[in-house]
Design a protein around this ligand. Structure first.
Ligand code: COS
Length: 388
């Protein structure tokens, strides 16, 4: 399908594909096996300016948006979702600064992020606050010119590897979600340490750790937006980022289809390549159709985000929900098409299936996406009834 990409967008896609094919594919199995962080690949992405894609030119970036980011994420995800997660989580962590940071904060942090010199992580989730993001318990107490952070963030992608952390903490316990605030915290700040690296089913190249704050003192200037805005910062960040999770889904689904097709053309059973059997053809046809529908929705949502539309919550949630459910089905069916071989580590589809699972879980489970979409539908319907 032709999505009428501009010359520049085609170049971005090609560049990301080249890195995926030349740098990611040869090492993905080893990174997965050893649970190794992909620093070499991050360096290659930095050298190609891909960290600056969505950062405005005035802060050293290329001034593109969510759509170009989705193109790059899709290409990387075709090869390895663990690598793509590392890259995409960097964008997730940057959005609070990009959307709500002061000019000073942007000048201080964005050029290094755009150059890929410093990685970023987003710290929202806690042991008792996953889907219920409003239930966080990490606190930030004002103390003269500082805030003092206490608490633990859980399952933070890029935790320990990143230099810059955008963190949501409670400044006013009496106000629930409205009492949360967002902060930027630098690695190396006294009182800020990391828990053990988590061992995971998939995306094992990516690093997941706890962030531990024990009387961690940060300057007042490190607040993002203002006190009480933290929940909104987090929600808007997720609104901007979730279409990108959809792009990961499209990428891994496409990667699995490519593998299954190649295999089915070569594998002979009953005297014929299995691709000649209608049962296999229909599976592949469904996989390709669903993936194309997911791609169209993800691209539309990303372009909608870039249009400057005020409310992108529903579009972004729909793209994430649909594309990642497709990714799970398609990668599972790729394993099925390839039978015993699909289940073995000699072929990449077993990893793709393990990797795809996280996409239905992180940045809001797909059950939460359905809640978010339903809430938007109810709001719109109520507004329409009022207007009549
Ligand atoms: N944009 C702007 N404002 C938003 C918003 C959005 N996308 N979503 C919610 N808000 C506002 C609401 O309008 C409400 O404002 P008021 O207090 O003025 O009414 C406030 O934020 C609280 O919203 P709500 O009552 O809907 O919050 P809930 O506690 O019910 O939680 C969900 C909403 C479940 C959607 C939210 O907690 C969520 O997204 N959870 C998943 C978190 C997640 O993705 N975690 C992954 C971590 S990153 S890997």
């Amino acid at each position: 399908m032709d999505y009428f990409l501009s010359e520049e967008q085609l170049m971005i896609k090609d560049l990301a594909r080249q890195i995926a094919v030349e740098k990611v594919v040869p090492v993905r199995e080893e990174l997965d096996e050893k649970e190794e962080f992909p620093w070499e690949i991050m360096k290659a992405l930095a050298q190609s300016d891909l960290f600056g894609l969505f950062i405005p030119e005035q802060y050293g970036g290329l001034g593109k948006g969510a759509f170009e980011l989705a193109l790059a994420v899709e290409e990387l995800s075709k090869a390895c979702v663990g690598v793509a997660t590392t890259y995409a989580a960097n964008a997730l962590g940057t959005y609070p600064l990009l959307l709500f940071g002061t000019d000073e904060q942007k000048k201080k942090y964005l050029p290094d992020i755009a150059a890929g010199k410093k990685l970023v992580a987003f710290g929202l989730t806690e042991a008792n606050a996953g889907s219920d993001a409003g239930g966080i318990q990490t606190t930030a107490r004002a103390d003269g010119d500082h805030y003092v952070l206490n608490g633990t963030k859980q399952w933070i992608t890029n935790g320990g590897e990143a230099e810059i952390y955008t963190v949501i903490a409670i400044t006013d316990k009496t106000r629930g979600a409205r009492g949360a605030s967002a902060f930027v915290v630098e690695k190396g700040t006294p009182g800020f340490s990391f828990g053990k690296k988590e061992r995971k089913m998939g995306i094992r190249a990516s690093a997941t750790r706890e962030l531990v704050f024990e009387d961690c003192k940060i300057p007042k200037a490190n607040i993002i937006a203002r006190e009480g805005m933290g929940f909104i910062v987090a929600m808007k960040t997720l609104d901007n980022s979730r279409a990108g999770v959809g792009a990961q889904g499209v990428g891994v689904a496409q990667g699995a289809i490519d593998e299954a097709l190649k295999f089915a053309r070569q594998r002979v059973q009953f005297g014929h390549p299995i691709i000649s059997f209608q049962a296999i053809q229909h599976m592949l046809a469904d996989m390709a159709t669903e993936t194309e529908a997911a791609r169209a929705l993800v691209y539309a949502a990303a372009r909608y985000i870039d249009s400057g539309a005020k409310d992108v919550t529903r579009a972004s949630a729909m793209a994430k929900l649909f594309a990642t459910d497709v990714a799970m089905r398609v990668t599972t069916n790729a394993v099925q098409v390839m039978g015993g071989s699909g289940y073995m580590k000699e072929y990449p589809v077993e990893k793709m299936m393990r990797d795809a699972k996280i996409l239905q879980i992180y940045e809001g489970t797909n059950q939460i996406q359905r809640n978010v979409i339903a809430q938007a539908l109810i709001k719109e319907s109520a507004a329409a009834s009022k207007g009549k």
